[in-house]
Design a protein around this ligand. Structure first.
Ligand SMILES: [Zn+2]
Length: 487
């Protein structure tokens, strides 16, 4: 008995030591954002007050912090714009409109500091710290800002039907490899790269609006003409919301996950909602549990098909109703790939887009009632990629099929989509065909579990697949990435 007790005691001690080394001790280092935002529907501005508690997780001291000012990409004299000229009519049906953000005060630990707007195109706020921030030490920032929304069908903007708040407030740049990642807001794809943080948001909007938002509502109060929403979110990569006077609302459950669909212009909203519910259930079974307690889908006036935020998905009102379910399947998959497991979408676009696209194929394989054959779906992707290659060859010449280019290095949106989405899909399909579906899925589960709420590089995916399969997934991947694979 004594021997057993000693054995159990040493086992327990070893477990406790392991737990203390394995991230549990890091919980308190997560960044916390407190955001108070008020929307002025006449001026189309947001006045905001923000407190950020940030712990330095780097190995060196920091003398400054840097934050993205994504709204500045919409300013009139921006050099790098978040849209191509070919998309102007779709984004600005009433003419080009501008926006931006003005940060009116910045303090650190209650001490005013002289922050500067800098970066490649005025998209970065540099906040000097009164004292160097040593590793594991915490700094508290306080900011006040005003964001002006453009009259635009974009991630951030207003139209006569909806108001979209995506990437609208200052958000900390990720510090990695000894530098802050300051990628501007480009027209192609996405460049948003932020660490998971806890959010406490107070959002005040005119009461005529219905509000779809990330996170979980904890309180709602009418104050005069405004309604004030208190919202909390744990481990969100960012906070976003959409509001409209026209929203209908449908709700459902996907296991323990509350799913809501705020919609207008969808002739079959129940079908779209059901697709989102099925997606949460299927992806949870295939990859690991959905990372949040709620998922909200929102119709938004948005020039592309959809957009993912943490626990919130935009579905564009420009989609045909019959396409919305398929768009939802892709955007919901991003809750695993881009949000749950973060990655730098500027450099590794194929990682989140390839996986999101491939998740849809896996979904169809699991749900024959949707009437899409998984192999035929893969064949269509191959045909789409080949037709891009053939058009490119005729118009421009020998195509560059390297996947390792950054978002801003593609000549056009079409080239970006063909490489990040179609070739990204074909890479995942080739890996799955080589190693077999079960091994491929075991690798994805491992990748998700080990990287949830962290930022991963492609090597982390290929390593998980290598380990799950015993195959050299990374060798197959290398030939796709460098453009030598014959597809
Ligand atoms: Zn996507």
């Amino acid at each position: 008995m004594k021997k057993l007790f000693l054995y159990l005691f040493s086992l327990l001690s070893a477990l406790l030591l392991l737990l203390s080394l394995s991230g549990c001790g890091k919980k308190e280092s997560k960044t916390h954002y407190t955001l108070q935002i008020c929307y002025d529907a006449e001026a189309h501005t947001l006045t905001g007050e923000q407190e950020i508690t940030y712990t330095n997780t780097a190995e060196e001291s920091l003398t400054e912090l840097r934050l993205h000012l994504y709204p500045n990409a919409f300013r009139e004299n921006a050099a790098i714009r978040p849209y191509h000229y070919g998309a102007l009519a779709r984004i600005f049906p009433d003419g080009v409109s501008y926006g931006g953000i003005e940060v009116t005060s910045v303090s650190v630990e209650n001490e005013a500091v002289a922050a500067t707007v800098t970066g490649e195109d005025m998209g970065i706020l540099c906040v000097p710290l009164p004292e160097p921030l040593a590793p594991e030490k915490t700094a508290r920032l306080h900011l006040q800002f005003t964001t002006t929304l453009p009259h635009a069908r974009h991630r951030m903007g207003y139209t006569d039907r909806s108001v979209s708040l995506g990437n609208f407030y200052p958000i900390l740049c990720i510090y990695e490899n000894g530098a802050f990642v300051e990628t501007p807001y480009y027209a192609n794809g996405e460049t948003f790269y932020s660490a998971c943080a806890d959010y406490d948001v107070t959002l005040s909007v005119p009461s005529a609006y219905k509000v779809a938002h990330a996170g979980v509502l904890t309180e709602k109060q009418e104050k005069g003409e405004q309604t004030v929403y208190r919202i909390e979110g744990e481990s969100l990569r960012d906070f976003a919301a959409v509001f409209s006077r026209e929203y209908g609302l449908l709700t459902a459950s996907a296991g323990k996950v509350d799913v809501a669909y705020y919609h207008y212009g969808d002739s079959n909203p129940q079908q779209t909602l059901q697709a989102a519910v099925d997606a949460v259930l299927v992806y949870s079974a295939l990859f690991g549990s959905y990372p949040y307690p709620s998922l909200t889908l929102a119709t938004a006036d948005f020039y592309q098909g959809g957009m993912e935020y943490s626990s919130l998905v935009y579905l564009s009102a420009l989609n045909a109703s019959e396409d919305l379910a398929a768009v939802a399947l892709h955007e919901v998959a991003h809750q695993w790939w881009a949000i749950g497991v973060g990655s730098n979408p500027h450099r590794y676009h194929y990682l989140d887009e390839g996986l999101a696209e491939y998740s849809v194929a896996l979904f169809y394989g699991e749900k024959p009632s949707y009437g899409v054959n998984e192999q035929e779906y893969a064949q269509k992707k191959r045909e789409s990629y080949h037709s891009f290659l053939s058009v490119y060859e005729q118009v421009i010449g020998s195509p560059n099929t390297s996947m390792t280019r950054s978002v801003d290095e593609f000549r056009s949106e079409t080239e970006y989509v063909s490489i990040a989405y179609d070739k990204g899909f074909l890479l995942m399909h080739s890996l799955r065909e080589s190693m077999g579906k079960q091994r491929f899925l075991s690798g994805l589960k491992r990748y998700y579990k080990r990287n949830l709420f962290r930022e991963a590089r492609p090597e982390a995916l290929f390593d998980s697949l290598n380990r799950a399969s015993g195959y050299r997934a990374s060798d197959i991947a290398a030939s796709y990435l460098n453009g030598t694979a014959v597809i």
